[in-house]
Design a protein around this ligand. Structure first.
Ligand SMILES: NC(=O)c1ccc[n+]([C@@H]2O[C@H](COP(=O)([O-])OP(=O)(O)OC[C@H]3O[C@@H](n4cnc5c(N)ncnc54)[C@H](O)[C@@H]3O)[C@@H](O)[C@H]2O)c1
Length: 254
């Protein structure tokens, strides 16, 4: 049977994990929306996805997920240009790495606004369109191992990701009857601009070999492959769960 390309919105996909996810959907021939704070970078990413990664169509749109009006404008533009939404990946996220005792309220609030409130805005508004179309849908939330564990410089991040996990579970209960599944992917240690400053130092690079059973740092493609699976027909009975993609890191106590 001929494959019908799906319309896939990925937030924060101008680079890093989001871009890796976009490349994996592009390889299927899907129609992609790169929604990012950085409009120029989103447009460059979209151009690359159609030129060399296999996407049947890709557009880059400016969007601050923390701003509900900006999310609504982005989704209105998607409906106008592409007509529907099949998959939403809530990937946009920040991690300021500030010790909780030094953290300003503004930094705390921005982390919660982007990582947690942003996914609420995107999911609620995208799901309105999925429900109206009546064809079901898929929502994937990119959480973190920090949905369960955290540290002094990631208290805001852990709070946002723990909340994001329960947001995913709650939306799964609300949207299942419309044929819309909701799941999370919790990446382990993935080399991107968010983490490069840490993992490219000699000590941490060695630490990966000890703490990650598969013996390497993760890539954005590792996360993209999991996202493509959760968006597939084969995953239609999976909803309300977190899939850890961490090379066995959280299972390992050494
Ligand atoms: N890199 C890791 O090791 C790791 C591990 C676990 C979870 N994650 C999660 O994966 C996601 C992506 O992380 P990454 O490492 O690729 O980060 P990154 O910093 O490399 O890229 C983040 C992207 O999101 C965009 N963005 C930031 N704020 C935004 C906003 N308000 N609205 C729209 N776009 C915004 C940025 O412009 C950028 O393009 C995040 O949710 C992060 O918490 C990353």
């Amino acid at each position: 049977m001929e494959y019908t390309p799906r319309v896939v919105i990925i937030t924060g996909a101008a680079r890093g994990i989001g871009y890796g996810i976009a490349e994996c959907f592009a390889a299927k021939g899907d129609r992609l929306v790169i929604a990012d704070l950085d409009r120029a970078a989103a447009e460059r990413a979209a151009a690359g996805l159609t030129e060399s990664a296999g996407a049947s169509e890709a557009i880059g749109l400016a969007c601050d997920v923390a701003d509900r009006a900006s999310v609504r404008a982005m989704i209105d533009a998607v409906i106008e240009r592409m007509g529907r939404i099949d998959v939403l990946v809530n990937n946009a996220g920040i991690c300021p790495f500030v010790d909780v005792m030094e953290m300003t309220p503004e930094t705390w609030e921005r982390t919660i606004d982007v990582n947690l409130n942003g996914a609420f805005h995107c999911t609620q508004i995208a799901a309105e369109h999925m429900i109206a179309a009546g064809d079901g849908g898929r929502v994937i939330f990119i959480t973190s191992l920090a949905e369960n564990v955290t540290g002094p410089a990631q208290v805001d991040y852990g709070a946002s990701k723990g909340g994001l996990r329960m947001t995913m579970v709650g939306f799964a209960t609300a949207l299942g009857r419309h044929g819309i599944t909701c799941n999370a992917i919790a990446p382990g240690m993935i080399l991107t601009d968010m983490t490069r400053h840490h993992w490219e130092q000699p000590g941490p690079a060695e630490e990966i070999k000890v703490r990650v059973p598969v013996g390497r740092i993760g890539t954005p493609t590792d996360i993209g492959n999991a996202a493509v699976f959760l968006a597939s027909k084969e995953a239609e009975y999976i909803s309300g769960v977190t899939l850890r993609v961490d090379g066995g890191h959280q299972a390992c106590c050494v």
